[in-house]
Design a protein around this ligand. Structure first.
Ligand code: 3HC
Ligand code: NAI
Length: 705
């Protein structure tokens, strides 16, 4: 078994190397090893100073996240934290200059170890941060006490409450790093350490009080941070806990502040919020692991692409490719649509430039990567084509037939269809192994989710290429099965069905949206439909009616189709479920919807009634999780975590609640099943418990267990 922490002396400097691939996490044995080797250096007459460095591609990326789930209770958390705090105090008391040499990332506990060193140097590409908040916890090894002392309260508040990484240059400017090393990191760190030893200098972070001396300014910054969090925390608790702990650095001495941090950490690490976020951390990495596909499975290189259709989605997809540096041919059916599509793309880039996010040159460079066309020229050169024409079955089939003729045999043919059968397009193309669904989410250049729809004949190479491509495009690629609506939209149909029924039964559009934004969604279902376009769903329903199907079984509200017939498509037409003033995207409730709801209720013989927010949340969540169970049972999603990742990245499901399947587990599957049965009795047989939900509830299991 390789040593987790190694020791050697070089140029009179003890070099302590952490070697725990892949990210040098502080797994059992690593903190102990660092303590032991630094103590050895302190006693080693051959060493005048010490450098702490990481082997491989990174410094220490933090605590081993797998450990959090094994902490049984508060006492155990307090004990562990006290131990790690004592360990870092001992490091800081090393009698010889101790220098952290940072490459890759120093995150969480990694930065906390570095801050307990006397000095920190890093390569220009190094990044540092306290991302614990993204796991529902606070820095737990003195970070909330040492970071404000090193970098000041505002920086500590920002890094800890948002979990952002800081670049090396910013870290240097803010006092987190003492020097940037160009060239060989170890050589630079040794030279730095020798200079400190020669000057007899040692600086202990815990004794630096200058940056927290202005207590009033610090307390004001904490109050401002709390106020800012009300807008962005969406119900998460950990960001506030970070502020509480940092505030303790202002109101208590170092020891008292550490004690406060230890207590707050214990509260957080045992919370449902932390359990959900840790689960998501691993689920987000697990989605890339697909049976039959290894890390080194053959995949094609995607160097050039074409997109067919320059509408809402085609334009956004083209931007995603361009943003990843991949040139795109953009094809439309007519000049007017092509011009419109290009001008929307230009406008989007210019908005980014006006906000200072990109330069004017970058706008022009991005646009120069797009080659507009009305024909098929150049399609025989590209590595992938993404089809994004209207959601019309026959049209898409004819496009795939054409693509089969005009592209190279090894070109991947992807459809952005929201619902339709990939296998039929595969057949039409004559090259089924290369056909796959690439279901982007609107706006495609912003939303992180990419559903990769595996057809009956999609080859492993096609799927492996899609997974790699998703990463390159900055997306989270999740492989799903080929069923109507795939995973995201299939489940969404149940979410929307319940929302519409609640509306008819007596809730208002703004009340339903409010209940779900209070739950943590960035927008409620009605504001979301107004953004996506009411026409999109209406066309899907038209198609389904033409083949005698409905999206989600049960009573179908007539109101969405009534809005479509009135030309109320949402924000794009100035009215949908809400009204919009010209030039303003703020939704304004419209009494017309109440009138439509009254009529719809009367037609179904319903007496409208007041509905509480709890019922709204409970019904839509139960509908989502119950259908999620069906999706899992049919193998349309590989794991419950895949569904949760889809909902977090595709629809803004609040991360700290983990996703619909984690939500169900948290509630307990027997309780969720009881709700389905209660709703069946009250509302009708369209509420039908998923057999998987019934089985797991009977076995006392959760979706994740
Ligand atoms: N613990 C355990 N495993 C970890 C880990 C950690 N802290 N960080 C990464 N890993 C694992 C991943 O699960 C993945 O495993 P897999 O290959 O089996 O799927 C592998 O390492 C590689 O990770 P990525 O795929 O994420 O690799 P990238 O190169 O894309 O990113 C990274 C590297 C930036 C370090 C990223 O992994 C990351 O952000 N990790 C989390 C860092 C973090 O949150 N640190 C704080 C931990 S909490 C803490 O320190 C508490 C302290 O205050 C007491
Ligand atoms: P859209 O109506 O905005 O754009 C479709 C474009 O395709 C139009 O500009 C049209 O002129 C063009 N087109 C039609 N036939 C063509 C052809 N033969 N060659 C080239 N271009 C052609 O539609 P939108 O919203 O962009 O949807 C496109 C696809 O993406 C649909 O399959 C839709 O279901 C799917 N989708 C839509 C989402 C949304 O939120 N709007 C989300 C995810 C997927």
């Amino acid at each position: 078994m390789p040593e987790l922490v190694r020791y050697h002396v070089q140029e009179e400097v003890a070099v302590v190397t952490v070697d725990n691939p892949p990210v040098n996490a502080l797994s059992p044995g690593v903190p102990e090893g660092i303590s032991e080797m630094v103590a050895r250096a302190a006693a080693d007459p051959a060493a005048r100073a010490v450098v702490l460095i990481g082997a491989g591609t990174t410094f220490i990326a933090g605590a081993d996240i797998r450990i959090f789930g094994t902490i049984p209770d508060r006492e155990a958390s307090l004990r562990r934290s006290r131990e790690i705090h004592a360990r870092l105090l001992a490091l800081e008391d090393c009698p010889k200059p101790l220098v952290a040499a940072i490459h890759g990332t120093a995150l969480g506990g990694g930065l906390e170890f570095a801050m307990a060193c006397h000095y920190r140097v890093g390569v220009p590409a190094a990044r540092v941060g306290q991302p614990e908040v993204l796991l529902g916890i606070i820095p737990g090894a003195g970070g909330t006490q040492r970071l404000p002392r090193l970098a000041g309260v505002p920086t500590a508040l920002e890094l800890c409450t948002q979990g952002n990484h800081s670049s090396a240059s910013r870290a240097l400017a803010e006092g987190i790093l003492d020097q940037i090393v160009e060239g060989d990191l170890l050589a630079g760190a040794i030279a730095f350490a020798r200079a400190k030893a020669a000057a007899g200098e040692i600086r202990k972070t815990r004794h630096l009080d200058a940056r927290i001396a202005d207590r009033q300014a610090g307390l004001t910054a904490c109050a401002a941070a709390r106020a800012g969090l009300r807008k962005i925390a969406r119900g998460a608790r950990a960001p506030y806990a970070c502020v509480d702990a940092i505030e303790a650095a202002l109101t208590l001495d170092f020891g008292g502040g550490c004690q406060r941090e230890i207590e707050i950490f214990a509260d957080c690490v045992l919370s449902a919020e932390s359990r959900n976020l840790v689960r998501l951390f691993f689920a987000e990495r697990e989605v890339a692991k697909v049976p039959g596909i290894a890390k080194d499975s053959p995949a094609r290189q995607i160097r050039s692409a074409a997109v067919v259709g320059a509408g809402t989605m085609g334009g956004g997809i083209a931007m995603s490719y361009v943003n990843a540096g991949i040139p795109v041919i953009l094809r439309e059916a007519g000049q007017e649509a092509l011009d419109r599509g290009l001008s929307v793309i230009r406008k989007n880039y210019e908005i980014s430039a006006s906000k200072g996010k990109i330069s004017k040159e970058q706008v022009e460079r991005a646009l120069s990567l797009i080659r507009p066309t009305l024909g098929w020229e150049g399609f025989d050169q590209v590595d992938i084509v993404v089809e994004a024409v209207f959601e019309n079955f026959e049209l898409k089939k004819s496009v795939f037939a054409e693509l089969g003729r005009v592209t190279r045999p090894d070109c991947i043919l992807a459809s952005n269809t929201s619902t339709l059968d990939i296998d039929q397009f595969a057949q039409a193309s004559g090259r089924p192994a290369s056909v796959v669904g690439h279901h982007f989410f609107s706006p495609a250049n912003v939303m992180k989710l990419l559903e990769i729809v595996r057809g009956k004949h999609s080859s492993l190479e096609t799927i492996a290429t899609s997974l790699q491509l998703a990463k390159k495009l900055g997306k989270v690629g999740v492989v799903v099965g080929n069923c109507f609506g795939f995973v995201a939209n299939r489940m969404l149909a149940y979410y929307l069905r319940e929302a519409h029924l609640l509306l008819e039964e007596g809730a208002s559009v703004s009340q339903i949206d409010q209940a779900l934004t209070d739950f943590g969604f960035p927008v409620g279902p009605y504001a979301m439909q107004d953004i996506a376009g009411i026409d999109v769903g209406a066309r899907i329903r038209q198609y389904l009616r033409s083949i005698g199907k409905t999206r989600a079984e049960g009573p179908q509200s007539v109101i969405p189709d009534q809005l479509y017939e009135m030309g109320r498509y949402g924000q794009k037409t100035g009215a949908g479920w809400y009204r919009y003033e010209p030039g303003n995207r703020a939704p304004v409730p419209d009494p017309l919807i109440e009138e439509l709801a009254e009529k719809a209720a009367a037609a179904r013989g319903l007496t409208r009634r007041p509905i509480a927010a709890e019922e709204i949340v409970s019904r839509v969540m139960t509908a989502l999780a119950n259908e999620g169970a069906n999706v899992l049972a049919e193998g349309m999603a590989l794991r419950p975590g895949d569904i949760d990742v889809i909902y977090v990245h595709g629809f803004g499901f609040p991360r700290h609640r983990g996703g619909p399947m984690a939500y169900a587990d948290h509630l307990g599957l027997p309780a969720m099943l009881a709700k389905v049965r209660e709703y069946r009795q009250t509302f009708g047989d369209h509420w039908s418990a998923s057999p998987l939900l019934e089985r797991l509830a009977a076995e006392g299991k959760g979706f994740y267990s």
